[in-house]
Structures are given as structure tokens and as C-alpha cells.
Design a protein around this ligand. Sequence first.
Ligand code: SF4
Length: 474
Amino acid sequence: MARTLFQKVWDLHRVRTLSNGQTQLYIGLHLVHEVTSPQAFAELRDRGWRVRAPERTFATLDHIVPTQAQVRPFLDVMAESMTEALERNCREFGIPLFDLASGRQGIVHVIGPEMGLTQPGMTIACGDSHTSTHGAFGAIAFGIGTSQVRDVLASQCLAMTPLKVRRIEVTGRLASGVYAKDVILTIIGRLGVKGGNGHAYEYAGEVVDRMTMDERMTICNMSIEGGARIGYVNPDETTFQYLEGRPYAPTGADFERAKTWWRGLASDPGAPWDDIVVLDGSKITPTVTWGINPGQSVGVDDRLPEPGAAPAGERAGLAEALEFMDFRAGQPIAGTKIDVAFLGSCTNGRISDLREAAKVVAGHKVSPHVRALVVPGSQSVAKAAEREGLDEVFRQAGFEWRGAGCSMCLAMNPDRLQGREVCASSSNRNFKGRQGSPMGRTLLMSPAMVAAAAVAGEVVDVRSWMAEPAGAHA
Ligand code: SF4
């Protein structure tokens, strides 16, 4: 019988069906960071329990780690104490920790793939909702809360309810200047921030087939912003080429055997998807959020919605967002002045993102009224960028070049918006207060669009920017 990848991986990891209908699911890889793990480790210690599978558990520092002065002890007392706690817990429970001295530290959803820990057919859990990122490899990956972090540490299992599977096919070709970020913002804008509730999203179609692994990670990362717990792409040659030679990937004959098995996990033709949504990729334009959730977005050459023209149930939400953002219904998004430009996060803090942004800023200067920072997703990304001279391109343009971490994605560190600042951000959430100031305003967009906004000092269409010679916007 034809099955989806989701069904195959779920069935392979089913320990048993619980009396309430949930599945006891074995977790192949558990990723841990400093913020959602201290309480879980404390409960294990209180009960005298050990970590069930330390060889399947890996830790890093990302959420709270400062990105400016990464010298211990950190000036931020809370960051230092959470870091010490993670170090102590990893030592005591025998878990590898990719700390600042390891050369491999970084955002949990960046380092898992780049080290080859993330592989097709795995079940992956982590105390961060953007764990869906790892689905780009054909894994079933989902975020969990602190009590579930404890459960996985103690048992390597979770009680989970099976999900429906929606296949989202993006057909055609993306135009130049249109990126994976624009694809996922468009999907969320069309299906809504709750449209994926109870679902796994399977991304497919010519546009997804042609995407690099970095691009697939960007779309899977934001599945959760569309309400889906999980997003995945069926593994293919692009997946295998990315994994080959990574430190934790199988090698030699084992890699060849793994490839055969991974290939067989892809959804079968005619699999029983619960529904199929088709989008024309050639119609997607550079997309910018204007509101207070990632579904409130428009094409860069479009105008903001009129609440009065929306269905009755949506009007109040649209009006609230317009008021908070200080926008008028019907105004264009292009030309919106920005104060801060943030390049980074697990959505768009990879080397390919920095390359695209660097192409845009090369030869230009950041607008005098804009504070701009680049925060590589990992130490490996930072090193690769420095080898290519990208750090110098950004520095010469007036960007700050920081150490790896989550930074202004959630501002649990000194990287924060002030007051009513408007931030062009390559991250994944634009909720009120997300970037550190309760009244701060976030516009989500692709890294290339952030770079163009940093130089122009306002939201601009990167397509026209790319068509002009360097120096035209200096
Ligand atoms: S970059 Fe943002 S979304 Fe990603 S792991 Fe860090 S806090 Fe979570």
C-alpha cells in the first residue's frame, strides 16, 4: 500500500499504541540547548535518573549566548549562569556539548544539519519550535516543551498524536530575486497561521526539487509559523550530496547502504495525502510581512490590506496589526523606513544566505540611520564566510559582524530592538515584543531584501536593486 514519508517514518519509530490512541514514538536524535533544558535535567537529578541514550543527545549554546563579546565569564549574569548549568549537566549526564571552544557551536537547527547529525528517516526532537527545520532532510522533526525534554532525556520516547499530511506543491520556476523565504511567507499567507494545525506539511514540486538543502531548511523551518508541527521534503540526490562527508554521516559502504534506504523512505506515488495544495512558484514575488504574525504579508510591490474588505472574522486582527505597526490600510509596503537590519537566525543564517546578502551590499554603505548586524548561524558558517571575505564585505558596508547565536531572533541576549524601532529581519517571527522591545516592529523578509533595506534605509524591491550597477545606491 502506498504511504507518505511521514507514515513510513512514524511506523518505523512506533514503540506501541497507548490506551489514549497516542503513539509512543522512539526519538532518534535529541538536540538540547541552554534555555529549555535546565529544569528537565534538574528533574532527572531529583529522581536519580540517567539520560536514556546520551549517544543520541547533543547540546549547544545558542539562545542566550551573547554575540558581541563571547568571552567567559559573560558580562550577562543570566547567560553565564545558564551556560554553566548546561556545561555541568552535559558533564554529569555524559552528553556532548558544542560550546564556544569547540569550533562547532551555533544555532541548534544550523549545527545539526551541518554536522550530518540530521539524517533522512530520523525522528528528531528539540526544545525549540523551529525543530521542523530538520524535516528538510526527510526527517520527522518537531519542537517540544521542557516537560517533554525531560521525557525524552529519561526514556528516549514521546507520546505523540499522529498528524494529517498536506502535500504542498510549488510548481514552475522562481524569478531572480525571489527566494525560499518568499516561498514560505507566501504559503503561510495563503493557508494562514493556523491552516496547518494538526498537519505535517510535505513540500514538493519543481521549485522545491530544485532547491538547495539550505533553501529547503528555510521553508521547513517556518512550517510551524503556518500551524504545522512538522514540515518535510522527500530525500533525493540533493540531500545525499549535502550529507556525504559530514562528520556524523555514515561513510563508505555504509553511506551507499544508507542512501538506498533513505531513497525508499520518500512518499510513494499516489500516497494517501490528506489534501494537496498547488502554488505557482513563478507568481511569487519578494514578500514582506507588514503585521504581527508571519501570515500578514504582501508582495513588495503590493499595498497593505483594507480590513473592511476582509472577511468579518479577520477584520479585528488586521486592524490591530495596522495600528500596532503604525501603518495605514492601502499604503504600499515599499518605502517603509527601517531602523535596524538583522541578518541571521535558523531560518536564514546559513552561508548561502550570507552570500546572497553580501552580493547586494558589496560596494554600498548601510544607510546612516540604520543599525545593521550580521549574526552567522554557527561558528562553521562564520569561518566559511570569513574564508570567502564576506565578513569584510559586510564590515566595509557598515554592518557589525558578530559571533554565532540566535541573537535578535528572540532577543534573550543583549541584541534587542529599542522602543518603536522597525527591523528588517531575516528571522521567522514578527510577534509583538519578539525582538526585545514590547513596542518594537519586525518586518520579515529574505536576507537579500534585508541587505537592500539596510543600504536604502527603507523597504525596497531587491529585484530592481540587483538590476542596477554597484554604486547606484551609495
Ligand atoms: S534562531 Fe530563533 S527560532 Fe531559531 S533556534 Fe534560535 S530562537 Fe529559536
